[in-house]
Design a protein around this ligand. Structure first.
Ligand code: MG
Ligand code: MG
Length: 281
């Protein structure tokens, strides 16, 4: 009998390919984020991202995924995820989510960041948006720290929800319609990685597991709609949303954030976790 959630367990050699894909993705997101400014179109950002991964010899995994037409998802303000790059010009005060990925030797990476155009200090962005993004980012790191030590995958969502509630009370909504996922020889695999406590412990965490941890928070309702382009997910009440995501591996020696250049060391040290490089890397 197969369990309903068969989880792909990677060898260290396979995780090293994922680490290579993660490094290229991290560079591509750095370059793309650096290019964000008022007046730039989301399709220009898509082109910048595409150039970096192609130059590095990686293949796209978003492009043509169920027909998706971009190398990245660009989702602005009330668009939560899966926005299609196009001729939209970004403006001061926008909350942009860039979600990207790539493939090296058949092994996938997936990571997302929120970028706010401007700053509240300069009067060009809303403090509430900065707060939203920062809580989402820290919620992701709390989820990653939980994954580093957890016995079951459900502990990740418990940690994310506990942090968000402790930090913001009921002020911010945690999206339930979209969740994190296993990743490896495909971008989306078992298990689901919920961003809240489901009451179920979920699958056991074993060495060789890799997951994308990606909390999505809103300033209002967690209800979502999909636009007529069949991709773009927006909040039903128009409230702004944030998404942060890293691909993370557990191996025999510990945890390693595949899509962070330092394996997550700087952020995880604040949470008492020391990442361990993939052996042989
Ligand atoms: Mg993603
Ligand atoms: Mg993902």
């Amino acid at each position: 009998m197969f369990s309903r959630q068969r989880v792909e367990l990677k060898s260290d050699a396979q995780l090293r390919h994922m680490d290579a894909a993660g490094s290229i993705l991290s560079d591509a997101l750095d370059t793309t984020v650096a290019a964000v400014e008022p007046g730039i179109t989301t399709s220009s950002l898509n082109d910048i991202f595409a150039q970096v991964i192609e130059k590095a010899g990686a293949a796209p995994n978003f492009l043509n995924y169920h027909g998706f037409p971009g190398y990245i998802c660009t989702s602005v303000n009330d668009e939560v995820v899966h926005g299609i790059p196009g001729e939209r010009m970004l403006a001061r005060g926008d909350v942009l989510k860039i979600d990207g990925g790539c493939i090296v030797n058949g092994w996938h990476s997936d990571s997302a960041r929120t970028v706010i155009l401007g700053s509240s200090q300069e009067g060009t962005a809303e403090p509430a948006d900065e707060y939203l993004s920062e809580v989402t980012r820290q919620a992701m790191w709390h989820g990653i720290a939980a994954f580093a030590q957890a016995k079951h995958i459900g502990e990740v969502g418990e940690a994310i929800e506990a942090f968000v509630r402790k930090e913001s009370g009921q002020q911010l909504g945690i999206l339930e319609d979209y969740v994190g996922h296993g990743i490896g020889s495909a971008m989306h695999m078992s298990p689901d990685v919920f961003n809240y406590a489901t009451g179920a412990s979920g699958v056991k965490i074993k060495p060789g597991m890799a997951v994308a941890i990606e909390p999505m928070l809103t300033r209002g309702s967690i209800d979502t709609d999909v636009l007529s382009d069949d991709w773009t997910v927006v909040t039903a009440d128009g409230s702004r949303a944030s998404q942060w995501e890293h691909s993370v591996a557990r191996h025999a020696g510990g945890v390693w954030v595949l899509t962070a250049p330092d394996g997550g060391a700087a952020e995880l040290s604040k949470l008492g976790v020391t990442p361990v490089p993939i052996p042989g890397g």
